[in-house]
Design a binder for this molecule. Structure first.
Ligand SMILES: Nc1nc2c(ncn2[C@@H]2O[C@H](COP(=O)(O)OP(=O)(O)OP(=O)(O)O)[C@@H](O)[C@H]2O)c(=O)[nH]1
Ligand SMILES: [Mg+2]
Length: 463
């Protein structure tokens, strides 16, 4: 039994920003708290990067707005939409705004920005080079995928597709994807350069980035603390962000709220800070989770965390053969958003396409599948802000615009797909989650671990 318990292979699947890496962090926090504590400090640079990047995104929007108010911008520069509609997608809105929206400012859009805003911009200017330095330090995972940077020949809607709308030569693109994306760890390099262990058995040697002064970055950020607060709390700026439909990362508001603690020379990340940190996963990353609690002490699970964008999905396939369980994350709040890598595709619809392909796969017949309808906290906020689900989900009809009702409706949809499409009957395990909530997620994961173990032992005819 002990041997069987140590054999579990779990895949975390779902689109980009669905919360896979955050769920992995919860596994570590819940079952390997000692190792988690040892790693926590290494997330500081990521958190600082997330904060600084949000500040710079706001400064970009402000600059464009001020330039327009002066009448000094060309059409080419001022391609921000006039409407208050959301940008097509992606957490980092300037990319989306630049890439996807056009239109000029009208005089109605002009704001009463004053010299104090110009001064604020000047005082925060050093954060530009801090962002560049942190980006260099953290590597490619710090760059979000956008439609303009995505290579269409690498895109697939599901791991079983061989090309994207007929545009790629299948065999060549598949080979390339496998060689580029197989088991690469996005943050191994920066963790190692900070002397942290990575918990992975498939890391590549790499040299720490020379010449990067992380203490210098911390110093600059600490010096900008009051100005960051001023920027975030300025009502004109808040109104501008809303009017332009600027979407910062899911954790931006949280980090701004805690800026006194974060923009500090002695900053040490808390568990919640780390759960909120965003660093895109590249390829497929293998993590060995060694359980520390007495009942399971020493047993090991292999957890595979994958990059979720359509450019990464073909790399999942080689890991399906011997997987025991799949934890599929579908963010439930994104019914009105589009994929960053392909703004033609609705994010909720994309999750359903992926889900269908996973539950109907013959290759995965023997695999337990668990669904997390995630980001429930953000769904609550979105519906409370007045966004109408029925405007985006055509069959939602006259149901109440309420998070619990919407979640129940979506849960039913996913369940029906599993029941209808599974090659053999299999039970449906669906949970409503907000994986930034460590306490509740810990309870769910404990329940899940017991269930997966039981299924595994049953299949091995031990129970
Ligand atoms: N508020 C809230 N934020 C969440 C939740 N789940 C994840 N996030 C945040 O969403 C962001 C993206 O989460 P990740 O875990 O990096 O997403 P991922 O699925 O690993 O994305 P890729 O690596 O690009 O495939 C992070 O900043 C998380 O903190 C949630 O339930 N609620
Ligand atoms: Mg990830």
């Amino acid at each position: 039994m002990k041997k069987k318990r140590s054999d579990i292979k779990l895949l975390l699947l779902g689109q980009s920003e669905s919360g896979k890496s955050t769920t992995l962090k919860n596994f570590q926090l819940t079952f390997a708290p000692k190792a988690w504590r040892e790693e926590r400090t290494s997330w500081r640079a990521v958190i600082q990067f997330n904060l600084v990047r949000s500040v710079n995104t706001i400064l970009d929007v402000l600059s464009k707005e001020m330039l327009s108010a002066l009448g000094g911008g060309s059409t080419a520069h001022l391609n921000i939409a006039q409407s208050s509609s959301r940008p097509p997608s992606g957490s980092w809105s300037m990319d989306a705004l630049d890439a996807n929206l056009d239109g000029n400012f009208s005089s109605d859009d002009e704001q009463e920005f004053t010299s104090s805003h110009s001064l604020l911009k000047l005082r925060l200017a050093p954060l530009r080079s801090v962002e560049c330095d942190l980006k260099t330090f953290l590597g490619a995972g710090s760059t979000e995928v956008t439609a303009s940077t995505s290579d269409i020949s690498q895109m697939v809607a599901t791991p079983f597709d061989i090309d994207y709308r007929g545009s790629a030569p299948p065999s060549a693109s598949l080979t390339r994807r496998r060689t580029n994306e197989f088991a690469v760890r996005s943050h191994a390099a920066w963790k190692r350069s900070l002397g942290m262990h990575t918990g992975s058995s498939k890391t590549r040697p790499s040299s720490p980035k020379a010449g990067l002064d992380l203490d210098g970055a911390t110093e600059v950020i600490a010096g900008c603390k009051d100005d960051i607060k001023m920027l975030w709390h300025d009502p004109l700026i808040q109104e501008l962000l809303k009017r332009r439909g600027v979407k910062l990362g899911d954790s931006a508001a949280y980090y701004f709220h805690h800026v006194d603690r974060i923009a500090n020379r002695k900053y040490e990340p808390s568990d919640d800070d780390v759960l909120r940190a965003r660093l895109r996963t590249l390829g497929v990353q293998e993590h060995k989770l060694v359980f520390e609690h007495s009942a399971d002490a020493g047993s090991t699970w292999c957890i595979y965390d994958v990059g979720g964008s359509r450019t990464s999905r073909a790399a999942w396939l080689p890991f399906f053969d011997d997987a025991h369980a799949i934890l599929f994350l579908a963010p439930i709040n994104c019914f009105d958003e589009q994929l960053a890598e392909d703004p033609r595709v609705n994010r909720l619809q994309d999750s359903m396409i992926l889900w269908k392909s996973i539950v109907s796969s013959k290759l995965l017949t023997g695999c337990s599948i668990v669904l997390f309808l995630n980001k429930y906290d953000l769904l609550v906020k979105k519906l409370q802000s007045g966004v109408q689900a029925r405007d985006f989900v055509t069959n939602y009809g006259d149901r109440e615009n309420d998070a619990a009702v919407f979640a129940k409706y979506m849960r039913g949809k996913f369940k029906t797909l599993l029941k209808d499409l599974s090659p053999k009957p299999r039970p449906f395990y669906g949970f409503l989650t907000s994986v930034i909530d460590q306490q509740n997620t810990g309870l769910t994961l404990s329940y899940l671990r017991d269930g997966i173990l039981r299924e595994h032992l049953k299949k091995a005819e031990i129970v």
